[in-house]
Design a protein around this ligand. Structure first.
Ligand code: SF4
Length: 359
């Protein structure tokens, strides 16, 4: 039996399950192309529950594609802060500018045209085209590959383009032409709510429990097939939380590479011990601060912080002093540094309280 034949009997049970179980989500209740697009970009690598708040905040601040095209980059990255993958936010803005300035504000309304937007790949173009414009094209992401390979028992390596292309074309052949958006969302929803990754699917709630090859053959844990992950490089870093007069020092990361252009607490790799001297703070009082760890795709930071209390307010060129309000509202700081927030907040609050007392 080929893939298409194995998928065909699963379509109706899936659509009917989705009809009864679809979550009410803001981008579903009002699926304009702009809202579907922003939600899909936010949802890459992030769960729905985590995205809801960000989505509401983003839409309140930037309700139109024109507003997104014209917003200051720091404000955009601040709205994105916590979602990670900041290049996605930058690409959203690039694409918004394509729509507003190159296309006279007209949103592309076909899968092919959507692919010409910055940061819009095969999956996102399929999702927007099917959900917002009713075009019958699949939207195949990791969730969809997982549910389809389990249902059909397909053992192709899902990181290979040929496996993805095969699954995509089988889905295109079986998808109901009048309900492409519901079909794609149903697959995504099944992957998000029932056919969960890492060996934890809830098969007894699944509309495919009597059809599923992986369940029947006991191969759920082996599917989908993908090559073993490469070991991540571990890097030790020292993070300097530099305080003075109710403010903390921040610097902007370089314009290239990891977390480019975002703001951070100054930090160095562990093999550099002379950082404070280089920054003109050799005589500053210091105190150990908290430790934290952050995992990126290819690298892991193991961070030890040092609280630093310099006697003067001079900082290296380009650095800034930020008070609590500026930390909150102005500077986009990646969540790699979340583990130091409580310590920084505590120090800044203490100074505020002391100043209020002295007044
Ligand atoms: Fe996934 Fe279980 Fe449903 Fe098969 S029966 S698709 S493994 S949840």
């Amino acid at each position: 039996m080929d893939l298409e034949e194995r998928l065909r009997p699963a379509v109706l049970p899936l659509i009917s399950w989705f009809h009864d179980n679809a979550r009410e989500l803001p981008w579903r209740s009002d699926p304009t192309p702009y809202r579907v697009w922003v939600s899909e970009i936010m949802l890459q690598q992030t769960r729905v529950a985590a995205v809801l708040g960000y989505f509401a905040r983003f839409m309140a601040a930037l309700p139109t594609v024109e507003a997104l095209a014209d917003v200051e980059e720091d404000e955009l990255l601040k709205l994105w802060q916590g979602l990670g993958y900041y290049n996605r936010a930058r690409n959203l803005q690039k694409a918004a500018r394509q729509i507003v300035y190159d296309r006279g504000g007209v949103f592309p309304d076909t899968y092919r045209e959507l692919l010409t937007l910055a940061g819009v790949g095969d999956y996102t173009a399929g999702a927007i085209a099917s959900i917002a414009f009713g075009e019958a094209v699949p939207a195949v992401d990791g969730n969809v590959l997982r549910v389809v390979t389990r249902l059909t028992g397909d053992t192709g390596d899902i990181t290979k383009p040929e496996t993805k292309a095969r699954i995509r074309s089988a889905l295109a052949a079986v998808m109901p032409q009048n309900l492409p958006g519901a079909f794609n969302q149903a697959l995504m929803e099944l992957g998000a709510l029932v056919c969960l990754p890492n060996g934890a699917p809830e098969c007894e709630r699944c509309p495919w429990q009597t059809l599923c090859a992986a369940r029947r053959e006991g191969t759920i844990d082996a599917l989908p097939v993908k090559p073993p992950k490469k070991q991540r490089k571990v890097e030790g870093r020292t993070v300097y939380l530099i305080f003075r007069a109710g403010k903390v020092a921040l610097r902007r990361r370089p314009d290239k590479g990891l977390l480019r252009g975002l703001w951070e607490f100054p930090n160095v790799t562990d093999d550099r011990e002379d950082a404070l001297a280089q920054w003109g703070m050799a005589d500053a009082a210091t105190l150990d601060g908290p430790r934290a760890r952050h995992i990126f795709t290819h690298i892991e930071w193991h961070m030890q912080s040092v609280q630093v209390f310099p006697s003067g307010e001079a900082l290296p060129e380009g650095w800034v002093w930020a008070d609590r309000a500026a930390l909150e509202e102005r500077y986009p700081i990646p969540n790699a540094f979340d583990g130091f927030r409580a310590c920084v907040e505590g120090q800044l609050r203490q100074t505020e309280a002391r100043e209020a007392w002295e007044l």
